[in-house]
Design a protein around this ligand. Structure first.
Ligand code: SAH
Length: 364
């Protein structure tokens, strides 16, 4: 009897994956059911196989590469999980000059990067004018490159000015789609509603928008994760970045444990089926909790890597979490190492900009 029940249960779970692939979404309780079974290797292999096949349809065996430039670690926010939060007095703060940033881009361009991601804390020093000047100078010098901003919440007016100055894409993880959970990860002045509004505004302005969340963040439930997937389905972003939460020793969350590898991979696989042609990075955080983390992310359905282009002298200072990898190497070394890792699993790095094209436009 229990044997029969097991077979029935198995069939039900595999069927849910088929339905996720077909309908691109499921009911919340069904999403929960799948997520709760992420450690079932037969099930996850079934999912990853479908996710890889889906990636292959849109990207072949190509992996896009984005050059990440972490240009400031000053931040006015105090997110409980983040190593560069305002209250972390131990963080050694730095800002890159416009020249530093252009040098990073030049080095990156020589290495074959055609997308630069400018990421930083929410640093008021970089006024809209300063950001716009940086954007237009990067565009002027590297007109064949896409620019992605990741500098947090700003007004619609600012986002519009950035787009006009040359920003093509914007990364802003929603972090968690549940209000109560959001308030357990952030101080009172930060509101999920504002974060979500920023995302819809960015989309309206024509940005390729990226969102995402941490896996295994403190107090996160399976229901929270299902809500994250439902929110992503609703937003239909061009990019989805997820990675395990990793504690940072000088934050209020220093004693929490890190997010699970298997769960992160499983969610990457599910996200690939939810937005089949989304750009999904295999993140540095994933590579930090497992030596083969980034390779495994690709084999679970990711199609992007984001090696670091920041000057080596500041790398260790952009410590969002403990033990972050690739903080000692030069950009060229990182690129070479990643390229080899990707080749070892049968994929290839590409210099393509990798712009997102919505499915309905693809068909039209
Ligand atoms: N200030 C920008 C960039 C934030 S850093 C913004 O607000 O969007 C980029 C991402 O790193 C964050 O969105 C968060 O999801 C992730 N991050 C921060 N602290 C982390 C931690 N301790 N473990 C794992 N990921 C973390």
């Amino acid at each position: 009897m229990s044997h029969l029940k097991n077979i029935e249960k198995k069939r039900y779970l595999f069927d849910l994956i088929d339905r996720l692939e077909k309908n691109k979404i499921l009911e919340k309780n069904q999403l929960c059911e799948l997520i709760s079974n992420n450690e079932n290797t037969e099930l996850s292999e079934y999912l990853f196989n479908k996710a890889r096949k889906t990636s292959k349809i849109y990207f072949g065996n190509k992996i896009y590469t984005r050059g990440l430039i972490e240009f400031t670690n000053y931040c006015k926010n105090d997110c409980y999980y983040c190593g560069i939060r305002r209250s972390n007095t131990k963080a050694e703060r730095y800002r890159l000059t416009e020249d530093d940033i252009l040098n990073c881009c030049e080095q990156g361009h020589e290495l074959g990067f055609r997308t630069f991601v400018l990421q930083g804390g929410e640093d008021g020093f970089y006024t809209d004018e300063k950001i716009c000047k940086i954007l237009s100078d990067v565009k002027l010098n590297f007109p064949d490159c896409a620019i992605t901003l990741s500098i947090g919440e700003r007004s619609e007016q600012s986002y519009l000015a950035f787009a006009k100055a040359g920003a093509d894409r914007f990364l802003l993880r929603h972090e968690t789609a549940d209000d109560e959970h959001y308030s357990m990860l952030h101080p009172d002045n930060l509101k999920l509603e504002n974060r979500k509004n920023c995302l819809f505004t960015l989309k309206k302005l024509g940005y390729q928008v990226g969102t995402g969340f941490m896996v295994g963040s403190p107090f996160q439930s399976v229901e929270n994760l299902a809500d994250d997937l439902l929110f992503i389905h609703k937003l239909q972003p061009a990019m989805i970045g997820i990675g395990p939460f990793i504690p940072h020793k000088d934050t209020p969350f220093s004693d929490f444990s890190q997010g699970m590898l298997s769960l992160t991979l499983f969610l990457i696989g599910m996200l690939r089926l939810i937005i089949p042609n989304a750009n999904i990075p295999s993140t540095t955080a994933l590579g930090t909790i497992d030596k083969q983390g980034r390779e495994r992310g690709i084999l679970a359905g990711a199609n992007v890597v984001m090696p670091n282009l920041s000057p080596v002298k500041v790398r260790k200072k952009y410590m969002l979490y403990d033990n972050k990898i690739c903080t000692g190497e030069e950009a060229a070394e990182c690129r070479f190492c990643l390229s080899n890792r990707i080749k070892s699993i049968g994929y290839e790095l590409t210099v393509d900009r990798g712009d997102f094209i919505a499915l309905d436009k693809l068909k039209a």
